[in-house]
Design a protein around this ligand. Structure first.
Ligand code: CU
Length: 604
C-alpha cells in the first residue's frame, strides 16, 4: 500500500491546527543537558503546577521545573547522580480518605524512577516504594557501577496509584549513559556521531476545566474509569512537528524514548517522490538503551510505552523532502493517528570527509549473553486480567482485576524473592486478551524464545511487549544489588490498577532454602454451596520451617493468617463460611520466597 504523505501531513495539521503550524520550520528543541562535575551530577526537580500550551489551549499541568520534558542527565559509568526532588504540588484532596487500593488516587504524591539504570533499589536509590507527599523534599542518589551499560534511559515518577496521572502530564526526562571512549570498546566512528534525543509524551486534557484530569473513584461496577479528558496527539520534546537539520555528509544518532502513558509508536523514514513516498533506510542499533549484536538496516522502528529505540540516521543525499512519519498505536495496537514527526532539512557546511557508519557495535552488557549453564532457577510469571465477580465488601465495586501471578499489587507484600547473583530463566505467559509491556526494574533481561521457539540471537530489553496469549522465555542476572523492587505492566493505567508485583533481591550472603518450590494444593476449589472450609496442603519439604499462610481478597487485603509449620499442620484450614461468592487467593511465605498466590473460587 502506498502512503500519500502530503495528505497525511495536511490531515495532521487540521487535527492540531495551532501547534502544527507553529512548529513548522522550527528545529525540534533539545532538552537542557546536565553533566557531572568531578564525577557527580547534581540537579533539582521542582515538581510544580505549570500552565502548558497544549494545542493552543492553556492547561494546568504538573511539570519538572516548569518544562516538559525535563532535563537530560548525561553521565558516564562510575559517576553519581544527586537529584533533589522538591514536591511543590498542592495537597492531595483525598489524603485523609481511606486507601482505595489499586485505583488512581493521591495523585500529587510522587517519587522517582530511573528507568534502565542498574543502581540500588534501596533507601534513596531507585526506590519506587517511597511516597513523597506534597510539600515534602527528598534527595535521591544514584551511583552507577563502573561497568554500567552505556545507553539511552529515562526518568519519571513511579508512585503506585499516581504514576499514570503524573506521566500523562509529560513528567519525564532523558538519561544518557555515555559510551566508553576507549577505541577498543567503542568504534571511534560511533563516538564521532552526535546525538539527538527525542522524548515522546502524550497529554490528556479535560477541556471543560483545562486541567489534566483528576481521576475520580466511581461507585458502580464500571470501576475501571477512563480519564475524563481527551488524549492529545503525541508530542516530541514538547512540540508537534518541526524539523531536524542535518549537514550534508552528517550521521546523527537518534535516541528515542517512549514516555507516553500507553501508546506504542512506530516511526517510518520516507522520501517524497512526486505524490508518493519511498522508504529510506537507516540503522537500528539499540533497544532499551542496549546495543543489538549487529546494526540492522530498516526504514521503520516500533517501540512501546517505556521502551527506547536508537537509530543512526544519515543526512539526505539530495534536495528531495525527507520526512519521518509517526504512527500512534493504542493499547490494542490499533493505529489511532499518523502524522509527520519531523522534516529532515539538509543545510549547513558539508561534513568533510563524510561521516561513516561504525563497523561494529559495542557489547550491550560486558558479561555478554546469558548462557544456559549460568541459570540457577526458573520461574513462571503470568499476566492476567481476571473477571472475578463478587467481592466480600460492598465498598469496592471491582469487576476486573489486573494481576501478575494472580496477585494484584500490595505495597506490603513481596510476591517473589531471588538472591543477588541468581540467574533465572522465566517463562512469561500473557493469558489475557490484551497486550502488556512487561518491565522489570534494576536488571535488564534477554529474550531467548517466543512460544518455545528459541531465537538465533537473543535480544536485550527492559520492556517487552507481550502479545495476547503468547509465551516468552527470558533470562536475567540479578547482579549485585539487593533490595525490593518491582516488575509491572508499562501501560500505566494497568500498573495503577494493580498489574505490578514486588520482587525482593536478597543479599548474596543470605542463607536460603534452595529446595525447588512445589505448588501447594488448595481444595475443594471451587468451594461450592454449603461447604464452609477451604484447605491447603503445605509442601512437605518445608518441614519445621515456620510458614505464614494468608487468605486474601482480590484487592490484596488479608482476611485470615495462620502461622505454623508443615510438620505441625500438614493441612491448614480456613473458615470461609461468611464470605460472599467470588475469587480469593492463598499465599504462603516461607521466609525465602512468597509463593505465587493460588486462586480459589467460592461459589455460593
Ligand atoms: Cu497491561
Amino acid at each position: 500500500m502506498r502512503i500519500h504523505t502530503r495528505a497525511i501531513a495536511i490531515a495532521a495539521c487540521f487535527t492540531a491546527l495551532t501547534t502544527c503550524f507553529d512548529a513548522i520550520g522550527q528545529e525540534i528543541p533539545q532538552p537542557r543537558t546536565v553533566r557531572a562535575t568531578n564525577g557527580v551530577l547534581v540537579d533539582t526537580l521542582n515538581l510544580v503546577m505549570t500552565t502548558l500550551d497544549i494545542q493552543g489551549r492553556k492547561v494546568e499541568a504538573r511539570t519538572y521545573n516548569g518544562r516538559t520534558p525535563g532535563d537530560l542527565w548525561r553521565v558516564k559509568p562510575g559517576e553519581t547522580m544527586k537529584i533533589h526532588l522538591n514536591n511543590q504540588l498542592p495537597p492531595n484532596p483525598d489524603q485523609d480518605l481511606p486507601d482505595q487500593g489499586n485505583y488512581p488516587q493521591r495523585v500529587n504524591t510522587t517519587n522517582l524512577h530511573v528507568h534502565g539504570l542498574n543502581v540500588t533499589p534501596k533507601d534513596n536509590g531507585d526506590n519506587v516504594l517511597l511516597s513523597i507527599l506534597p510539600g515534602e523534599k527528598f534527595d535521591f542518589e544514584f551511583v552507577l557501577p563502573d561497568d554500567h551499560a552505556a545507553g539511552t534511559d529515562w526518568y519519571h515518577p513511579h508512585h503506585h496509584t499516581s504514576t499514570w496521572s503524573q506521566v500523562v502530564n509529560g513528567l519525564a526526562g532523558s538519561i544518557i549513559v555515555d559510551d566508553p571512549t576507549d577505541p577498543s570498546i567503542t568504534d571511534p566512528a560511533l563516538l564521532a556521531i552526535e546525538d539527538r534525543v527525542f522524548l515522546f509524551s502524550s497529554f490528556n486534557v479535560d477541556t471543560t476545566t483545562n486541567t489534566i484530569p483528576y481521576p475520580q473513584r466511581l461507585t458502580s461496577k464500571t470501576a475501571l474509569q477512563p480519564l475524563v479528558g481527551i488524549d492529545s496527539p503525541v508530542f516530541v520534546n514538547g512540540v508537534l512537528g518541526g524539523t531536524v537539520t542535518m549537514r550534508p555528509g552528517e550521521i546523527q544518532r537518534w535516541r528515542m524514548i517512549n514516555a507516553t502513558y500507553e501508546f506504542t509508536m512506530r516511526l517510518h523514514w520516507k522520501k517524497i517522490v512526486g505524490t508518493d513516498t519511498v522508504d529510506v533506510e537507516h540503522l537500528n542499533i539499540a533497544r532499551d538503551g542496549l546495543y543489538f549484536a549487529q546494526a540492522s538496516p530498516a526504514s521503520w522502528v516500533p517501540f512501546t510505552a517505556g521502551s527506547r529505540a536508537d537509530m543512526l540516521v544519515s543526512a539526505p543525499t539530495d534536495d528531495a523532502t525527507y520526512i519521518v512519519i509517526m504512527k500512534t498505536l493504542d493499547r490494542n495496537m490499533k493505529e489511532i493517528e499518523s502524522r509527520v514527526m519531523a522534516t529532515i532539512v539538509r543545510a549547513g557546511e558539508p561534513v568533510v570527509p563524510a561521516m561513516t557508519m561504525p563497523e561494529k557495535l559495542p557489547l550491550a552488557i560486558k558479561r555478554g549473553t546469558i548462557r544456559k549453564e549460568e541459570i540457577t532457577g526458573t520461574r513462571e510469571v503470568v499476566f492476567r486480567i481476571g473477571d472475578f465477580g463478587g467481592i466480600p465488601t460492598d465498598s469496592t465495586a471491582i469487576s476486573r482485576i489486573f494481576t501478575i501471578d494472580n496477585s494484584p499489587f500490595n505495597h506490603d507484600v513481596v510476591n517473589m524473592t531471588v538472591k543477588a547473583g541468581d540467574v533465572e530463566e522465566w517463562t512469561i505467559r500473557n493469558e489475557s486478551a490484551g497486550w502488556h509491556p512487561f518491565h522489570i526494574h534494576i536488571n535488564e533481561f534477554q529474550v531467548v524464545a517466543i512460544n518455545g521457539q528459541y531465537m538465533e540471537q537473543p535480544v536485550w530489553h527492559d520492556v517487552l511487549l507481550l502479545q495476547p496469549q503468547t509465551t516468552y522465555t527470558i533470562r536475567h542476572r540479578f547482579d549485585d544489588f539487593d533490595g525490593k523492587t518491582v516488575l509491572h505492566c508499562h501501560f500505566l493505567p494497568h500498573e495503577d490498577w494493580g498489574m505490578m508485583n514486588i520482587i525482593e533481591i536478597l543479599p548474596r550472603t543470605s542463607s536460603v532454602d534452595e529446595e525447588p518450590w512445589k505448588n501447594p494444593m488448595a481444595f475443594p476449589n471451587p468451594v461450592a454451596g454449603r461447604l464452609q472450609h477451604l484447605s491447603l496442603r503445605l509442601p512437605e519439604f518445608l518441614n519445621d520451617q515456620p510458614v505464614t499462610v494468608t487468605l486474601h481478597d482480590v484487592r490484596g487485603e488479608e482476611l485470615q493468617t495462620i502461622t505454623t509449620t508443615a510438620s505441625a499442620t500438614p493441612t491448614v484450614r480456613f473458615n470461609v463460611d461468611d464470605y460472599t461468592a467470588g475469587s480469593y487467593f492463598v499465599r504462603i511465605n516461607d521466609g525465602r520466597r512468597y509463593k505465587v498466590s493460588e486462586m480459589v473460587v467460592l461459589v455460593r
